[in-house]
Design a protein around this ligand. Structure first.
Ligand SMILES: CCCCCCCC(=O)SCCNC(=O)CCNC(=O)[C@H](O)C(C)(C)COP(=O)(O)OP(=O)(O)OC[C@H]1O[C@@H](n2cnc3c(N)ncnc32)[C@H](O)[C@@H]1OP(=O)(O)O
Length: 228
């Protein structure tokens, strides 16, 4: 596929889909509840200790649920959808998406100088025994630093992300802060810290770049948007 074709396809996943606010709130509630149920299922799958016949029964029920959910579905991904009132939704996002049970999910608080997020990472996010997987920590930082750049109105895609793991992060509650350190043209340099009751566990630095294909119309939309 040529670069032009790939860029065109990429612009296409940013879609207009105007839905009245009340209906949107209802859809969000349904999506959240379903993702919460599946998240609980994932946790139960990791931790279960039941006998094989109970697992067989659970699989039957999961199969039925998968069949029902597959009766109608989006083609490849949910993408980002915009309402005419400027709100948007990225409900499939792997870290924040309200439809996505893989997402912890992260819910950011935005302040003038930083964004913060508190989340409980359970057994489904384990790497070394009892500790959060380093790749999950990287993913959380990626989203947090990206969110900081968006909140500071200099959004971009991750160009480079480096992480210093200072000590193991025990499974459980984590606190992350991220902020924009400086901006140079289309590049925003962001930093972040992750801590737990044990203190500082990891630090991150990243460069976020508004790609050529998104400069202009999509950049304006992203800058003006509100939502999850
Ligand atoms: C709320 C939302 C939060 C979202 C957080 C989640 C973020 C993500 O997960 S994004 C997914 C992971 N990242 C990607 O897939 C990005 C893939 N890479 C790309 O799309 C592009 O290569 C991209 C965007 C990094 C650069 O875009 P491109 O249009 O090629 O930039 P280009 O115009 O060539 O370069 C611009 C500047 O950036 C620099 N640059 C380019 N690539 C990189 C890089 N990887 N790292 C550092 N600097 C870079 C260039 O040197 C240039 O610098 P200068 O202006 O000083 O000459």
């Amino acid at each position: 596929m040529s670069t032009e074709e790939r860029d065109r396809q990429q612009r296409g996943v940013y879609a207009e889909e105007d839905i009245p606010a009340g209906e949107l709130a209802r859809m969000a509630e349904v999506a959240r509840e379903l993702a919460d149920d599946v998240r609980a299922l994932v946790q139960a799958t990791v931790l279960t200790d039941v006998a094989d016949d109970r697992i067989a029964r659970a699989r039957e029920l999961i199969g039925q649920a998968t069949e029902i959910l597959g009766e109608e579905h989006h083609e490849r991904s949910f993408g980002t959808r915009f309402n005419s009132d400027g709100t948007h939704r990225s409900w499939g996002n792997a870290l924040t998406g309200i439809r996505n049970p893989i997402a912890p999910p992260l819910r950011f608080e935005c302040f003038p100088d930083k964004v913060t997020v508190d989340v409980d990472l359970g057994g489904a996010y384990e790497g070394p025994a009892g500790l959060v997987h380093g790749g999950i920590i990287a993913a959380v930082f990626d989203q947090a630093l990206g969110h900081a750049t968006e909140s500071a109105k200099v959004p971009g895609m991750t160009g480079t992300l480096s992480i210093r793991y200072r000590q193991g992060t025990r499974l459980g509650k984590i606190h992350v802060e991220a902020w924009v350190d400086r901006v140079e043209g289309v590049k925003a340099f962001a930093k972040g810290e992750l801590s737990t009751d044990d203190g500082l566990c990891a630090e991150a630095e990243g460069v976020f770049i508004m790609p050529k294909w998104a400069r202009g119309e999509i950049q304006e939309k992203v800058l003006g948007r509100v939502g999850d």
